[in-house]
Ligand binder design. Sequence first.
Ligand SMILES: [Zn+2]
Length: 689
Amino acid sequence: MSKLNKFKRFTVTSALPYANGPLHIGHLAGAYLPADIFVRYLRLKNKDVVYICGSDEHGAAITIKAKKEDTTPQAIIDKYHQQIRDSFIEFGISFDMYHRTSSPIHHDLSQEFFLNLYEKDEFIEKYSEQYFDEDYQQFLADRYIVGTCPNCHNENAYGDQCEKCGSTLNPTDLINPVSTLSGKTPVLKPTKHWYLPLDKYQPWLEKWIDTKEGDWKVNVFGQCKSWLKSGLQPRSMTRDLDWGIDVPLEEAKGKKLYVWMDAPIGYISATKQWALDNGKDWKLYWKKQENEADESCLLHFIGKDNIVFHCIIFPAILHAHGEYILPQNVPANEFLNLEGDKLSTSRNHAVWLHEYLEEFPGKQDELRYVLTSILPETSDSEFLWKDYQARVNNELVAILGNYVNRVMILMHKFYEGKIEGADKIVLTDKHLSAELGRFYDEIEINLEAYKFRQALQSVMEIARLGNRYLTENEPWKTIKTDPEGAKTTLHNCLILIGHLASCLQPFLPGTVKKIAGMLNLPFKALAFDREMAFDIGHQLNPPALLFEKVEDDVIDFQMQKLFDKKAAAQPQKQIEVAPAKENINYESFATMDIRTGTILTAEKVAKTKKLLKLTIDTGIDQRTIVSGIAEYFEPEAIIGQKVSVLVNLEPREIKGILSQGMILMAENAEGKLSFVSADGGFHDGSVIR
Ligand SMILES: [Zn+2]
């Protein structure tokens, strides 16, 4: 029944995070939580699986960050490798190996790959004109250059990729390229590089991708088809950079491998390291076998921005090498948004994992639960703090926690926590059994189809089923009238907790540990087993609450924090200032007679919106001026206001009123008006010049 049964072993990878910053919830929901759930499920089914990840420590993103923080690339990767790894461990992301691409074993393997392709004459060697920053005397690779994407016109596309539309680019594709080092327009200079002829592999790629129709997610398959349709171009696998893996050729001194050539090879080198540490054969997990049925099932979990690298470029490299298996599936997720806006590191609009751990100690499963419930599996989704609160309070506390707690309390109240009877206890209620079987099926089918949201729903249905069964059978009442019946009810409830915990294992490992503690069973006893049975005489541990309610002030604090961070990261808004007028000579200016004055009376001009009729004491006289300020000031509020008046402006009739002069006003970019006046102590009629 399980379609995974045809595979002997599994090689599961999650995208290598760049070691140039901390992780946020978007990362977790993209490539790590789904993979971890899947891997935990495979382990639960006793499958042979290795789960691989590591820090990507090469590429221009690292050197740019080092420059920004005024430190070395090595210091950057050491700092963030540690921080990222710690966050993963805390959230229970259960890698078998979390490696790093700065390791010698990885450098060696990447160079081996390059040489393998080089010796087979797979690369196209060519000189091309590349952008060069004259101030910094440096070629500008990938992220060292930004410009406008030719496809979607995003103004912040990188030299190798536009993150908005996902297209891969060459630096010369950018419109208005700018060096991120000097901020200047770079010049073109010739340099030699080694290109992977993707155009040559296109027919093979098309054939291979077509075999994935209906199996791969629609979004992933669709993206691949659209790239193939637009025609693949040769892509340079080397860079003029001073950080990364040396190109292993004498004539390429000073050049490094392109980060997207070496990063995916990082999955393989990490597996090699794991195999070395654990006495395993890494080749079983990566290489083609004599008998196809012996080959490992390779799965790449990634975010949608990495689809091209995992579905086109890396498979092309593996194919060109020839000895390696290709991915069976690449279940890429879409993006997670946060409170109505894109998650953004640069704008600091994120829920950072290391901050969550400090502010919500011991509540990793709560975040795992909420994120799994909203995974962007087929389209972008959104994290809202109010939704986090509602899901924790209404689902984890009220349904799951409540069910386990009720049963455990009654078991202790009636039987002092001891399972009593004559035989092993199993599920005896026919209806419960049938329903449970249905949920097991749903969980299996959905997990194997990478529909983790749906699978988690089905697990929660087991808790709902338990609550209903308990309420309908009322053992707290029947204990007096039918004690055997009450005992059967509670035993059924207890077995159901066992099933619930076993189905929860892929999703909420910390919670399962707590339940196993209360049940006084080893973690392993809660296997994915429909025939679960508990021993008679077994002693349960005292009940403990699984989840706590999230109060409003906690959520308010988080919302305020997001708001404050965003405000602090907001660049000062560009204010449009009117351009300067042409020069005039002093004589022209001196002809204007401007005086200080005071508003004596003010009234609206009938049938107009904007006009006020004012009486002004100019020091010279008291006169009438019509002014277009009615939308900004109430007449009664401005009586006594000190003003500046142009008194020798030719009188003019406005709406039948003779206006003698003009009040000077300052106007800002939004059209708001303010009086211009001398400070106190100036009598009306003082000259302004
Ligand atoms: Zn674009």
